[in-house]
Design a binder for this molecule. Structure first.
Ligand code: GAP
Length: 666
């Protein structure tokens, strides 16, 4: 599997994932396919648990969120409206030697000496020139010569005809061609440079440069340099060169990440469609249908979990950046701040950090944004990712999309996350929580021609009671925001007057109780979360026995809520039918409520170890005391519960087992 060799922990995680059936390389028997991963028996359970917990927290445990399950392929107009067709691109560079592509923003900065080349010309010998012409002639007639280089040069320089038995005029003709070929070698004037890291011989630059010109059709190239005008240069922190071979990359160019396909039997322009690169857009496209059928009112959200596809230029870090992955996205629709102010007189001021508490009617986008960041962190804490393992990145104005007001990324400190100069690890993105204004619904309104606004009776009533100055002030602010959006997204034929008129109409809508909702979007990746949970759970202990033999034991310390199996059920001995029968009774008692694993093979120690590696938090052993073999102990119908993380054991009545387990796994 393509994991960086220098990250031993990632290597161990990747190997455990394969060995224990968490994650396999897709199509492995055919050598794999880059950027695609399959989840094995344990991984599938883990993933299912995570998605269900998210769904539960986001929809079923709330009154203000409804669910959606949309198709992967949708009208290509959706991706026009969202901007994905025109702008969903990564800047990409290519190595001209290996043709490998890299994302321009992910190249490791390089130091070294750069060698510059102006071009190259073919190093052709007289023999080669004649040979080449010979081959041409042979396909049409016969010409046989065999010469030393010296003789060939002599021949061409004198430009004398050979006695070859072919008609004299032809001979002269071919000789002229060979002469021209020899005196006009192929040439390429593309400038190129190679970076040689310190310690490597400068000849390596020549080797790479020759490969470069060979790939441009110059066989056996003579490199053209001007060391006086373009001397070798010491370069620091450059991202212009391939770290793998020093070759200068091609200029960065955009590469659209959407996978294209065709709908219908004919591969024509009309049938072009895309595999969705995010689940979010279906939510916007179905906004009106959900609003009308769910009896929700703004503020409310629509949640969706599903596959997304991006033809990532450089899939990397195991499943972290894949080409097929799953997202868990919520679009939470809120009233614009001007509407809140009209109804409630003010928009609540929020402090910079912390949870703003239970949602209030006078919350504007900032309070909602902060609320969702904190809610999402609490979700992660609830499944075992402590705050210390997480980080935040608040996007700077330069990083924000033009329509976004804020975006906070929740990061996880992955084993491959980079350290800064002080040794601190910020982490890599697990989820982004964006305040996206009314951009998405506005875009779909423009592209589909269908109204995406809502009618709010409370607004209409409140507006009528506002003093004229307040109405003017709010209208003006709403107008400015709409004008900004309309100007940014205007078609070339749209005039400033048309834009102003549209913005005025939009602002006038407030008095009628109409507006386009804004949205807060917590968007999480399932696969990244699975990888974070696996990395977080991974724990190993190496023990050495009396004979000096050491063994490393791995325990996957998953939170019981996400653990693939909640309990292992073991009869102490498999050849005692009474124990096996009782163990099956326990199995059937728990099975309707949770995923359990029955195991009767090997010693109890081995069975514990197997479940530790699978991350099973509890093991239940049925022994002779369970059968009541020693009545004086009063242990009949009790079992031993062994805790995964500290190995502690306790005795519980079978009748209490389910109620003991349920609160721990939910
Ligand atoms: N609708 C907004 C959106 O899609 P994004 O930041 O591009 O935003 C959201 O993606 C989340 O989806 C990311 O935080 C990440 O967890 C996940 N994600 C994005 N691209 C991914 C990829 N190539 N492989 C795995 N997960 C990915």
């Amino acid at each position: 599997m393509a994991e960086p060799k220098e990250n031993p922990l990632m290597e161990k995680i990747v190997s455990l994932c394969k060995r224990r059936g968490f994650i396999f390389q897709s199509s492995e028997i055919y050598g794999g396919i880059n950027g695609f991963w399959d989840y094995g028996p344990l991984g599938a359970e883990l993933k299912r648990n995570v998605k269900e917990l998210w769904w539960h927290a986001m929809t079923r445990q709330r009154d203000d969120v409804a669910g959606l399950e949309a198709t992967i392929i949708m009208s290509p107009q959706i991706w026009k409206a969202s901007g994905h067709v025109d702008t969903f691109a990564d800047l990409m560079v290519e190595c001209p030697i290996t043709n490998k592509r890299f994302r321009a923003d992910q190249i490791e900065p390089q130091n070294g000496t750069a060698y510059f080349f102006l071009g190259a010309k073919e190093n052709i010998t007289a023999v080669q020139a004649i040979d080449e012409i010979q081959k041409e002639v042979q396909s049409e007639g016969s010409l046989q010569i065999s010469l030393s280089e010296e003789a060939a040069q002599e021949l061409l320089s004198r430009h004398v005809a050979l006695q070859l038995g072919s008609p004299e005029t032809d001979r002269e003709h071919w000789m002229q061609k060979a002469f021209d070929r020899y005196h006009n070698p192929k040439r390429c004037n593309d400038a190129f440079s190679v970076l040689v890291p310190s310690g490597k011989p400068p000849e390596s630059a020549l080797k790479i440069a020759k490969l470069f010109y060979e790939k441009r059709g110059i066989p056996n190239p003579i490199l053209l340099e001007d060391r006086e005008k373009n001397p070798p240069q010491q370069i620091k922190n450059s991202i212009k060169y391939n770290p793998e071979n020093g070759a200068q990359f091609t200029e960065p160019r955009p590469f659209n990440l959407m996978f294209k396909t065709y709908v219908g039997p004919v591969e024509s322009e009309d049938g072009i469609a895309y595999l969705r690169p995010e689940t979010a857009q279906a939510i916007f496209a179905q906004f009106k249908n959900v609003l009308e059928t769910s009896r929700q009112k703004v503020p409310f959200g629509i949640a969706q979990v599903g596959k997304a596809f991006r033809n990532e230029v450089t899939p990397r870090n195991f499943t972290f950046r894949s080409r097929e992955f799953e997202q868990m996205e919520l679009e939470f629709f809120i009233k614009p701040d001007e509407v809140i102010e009209a109804i409630h007189g003010n928009v609540v001021k929020v402090s910079e950090t912390g949870h703003p508490g239970e949602p209030q009617p006078n919350w504007g986008w900032q309070a909602w944004h902060q609320y969702w960041v904190e809610e999402r962190v609490r979700f992660y804490e609830g499944i075992g990712l402590s705050r210390e393992t997480l980080g935040f990145h608040h996007q700077t104005p330069a990083e924000l999309a033009h329509y976004a007001r804020a975006c906070t990324d929740i990061l996880f400190k992955f084993p491959f996350s980079k350290k800064d100069a002080d040794g601190n690890v910020a982490g890599d993105e697990l989820e982004g929580i964006a305040a996206r204004s009314d951009f998405d619904l506005s875009q779909h309104q423009r592209f589909s021609g269908k109204p995406m606004g809502v009618f709010d009776d409370e607004l209409r009533a409140a507006w009528a009671k506002l003093p004229k100055e307040k109405q003017d002030d709010l209208s003006q602010r709403y107008f400015e925001n709409r004008k900004k959006y309309l100007t940014k997204t205007a078609k070339p034929e749209e005039t400033p007057e048309q834009i102003s008129k549209q913005a005025t109409d939009d602002a006038n809508g407030l008095a009628k109780g109409q507006y386009i909702p804004h949205v807060i979007e917590p968007s999480a990746g399932v696969d990244r979360l699975i990888l974070a949970l696996i990395a977080n759970a991974y724990s190993e202990v190496t023990e050495t026995d009396e004979k000096g033999k050491s063994e490393t034991r791995v325990t996957m310390k998953f939170h019981p809520r996400v653990a693939p199996f909640k309990a292992g059920i073991f009869p102490l001995l498999k050849n005692k039918p009474e124990l096996v029968k009782k163990a099956h009774e326990v199995l059937e008692l728990l099975r309707p409520w949770m995923n359990v694993f029955y195991d009767e093979g090997g010693s109890i120690g081995k069975r514990y170890a197997r479940q530790d590696e699978a991350g099973t938090p509890f093991c239940v052993t049925i022994d002779f005391d369970t059968l009541g073999e020693k009545p004086e102990l009063n242990l009949k119908d009790t079992v031993t519960i062994r805790h995964r993380d500290d190995g502690k054991q306790e005795r519980l009545k079978i009748s209490e087992l389910l109620n003991w387990l349920l609160p721990k796994i939910r």
